[in-house]
Design a protein around this ligand. Structure first.
Ligand SMILES: Cc1cc2nc3c(=O)[nH]c(=O)nc-3n(C[C@H](O)[C@H](O)[C@H](O)COP(=O)(O)O)c2cc1C
Length: 185
């Protein structure tokens, strides 16, 4: 798929099935990720690829974190949380690795990791896969950071659910004019 076509046609799908991106395609997605803009070349990102049974372990982390956040969580809520990573054959956790830097504030490092995440989503789309970028309280939970080997100051910017679309949503045509201003002083 041509780059402009990929950019203007990407959309999310929450209904995902196999196949997930294979080894070669995953490598391309990662190469796209690390082409994200990055002030002072801090490489402020980490990508954790979760597939197969490891998704159940990730679900276990989600469940334990929910239990700690909400001791009143019902069994149904815990089960739902545990099952979340099973909604796609591949989940990529994108983590912003934050460092104190005299020129690059935290927000810029998070933006770089977010740009890397979007590059992954776009590359996946261009390769014929589909996905959805999700966050939620899990992204802001120190217990989840610890379980994934991230420091307390690191920031999970997203769980990228990836696979093949069972079906794609139909989106209305996007009008860009309402967001665009030509400023002439
Ligand atoms: C940082 C970020 C976090 C998001 N978190 C969620 C989420 O937790 N759950 C969800 O359904 N959509 C979430 N979304 C939105 C979807 O990824 C998606 O963009 C949205 O459903 C609109 O679909 P589209 O991408 O086809 O326009 C998030 C998007 C971003 C950029």
């Amino acid at each position: 798929m041509d780059a402009i076509e990929a950019l203007v046609t990407r959309k999310s799908s929450a209904k995902l099935t196999t196949p997930a991106p294979g080894k070669e395609d995953l490598k391309i997605m990662m190469q796209a990720a690390v082409r994200a803009p990055d002030h002072c070349r801090l490489r402020p990102w980490r990508f954790i690829v979760v597939e197969g049974d490891a998704r159940e372990k990730l679900g276990g982390i989600f469940e334990e974190a929910l239990k700690a956040r909400d001791p009143d969580a019902t069994e149904a809520m815990l089960q739902k949380e545990r099952g979340k990573p099973l909604r796609a054959p591949m989940v990529i956790v994108v983590i912003a690795r934050i460092e104190e830097h005299p020129k690059v504030p935290k927000v810029e490092q998070i933006l770089s990791a977010g740009a890397a995440a979007q590059n992954i989503m776009l590359a996946a789309h261009a390769l014929g896969y589909a996905g959805i970028w999700r966050t939620g309280k899990t992204c802001f939970d120190p217990k989840v950071n610890a379980a994934l080997g991230a420091s307390e100051t690191d920031q999970i910017v997203g769980f990228l659910y990836l696979g093949t679309a069972e079906r794609m949503p139909i989106l209305p045509d996007e009008s860009v004019d309402e967001y665009v201003e030509i400023w002439d002083g």
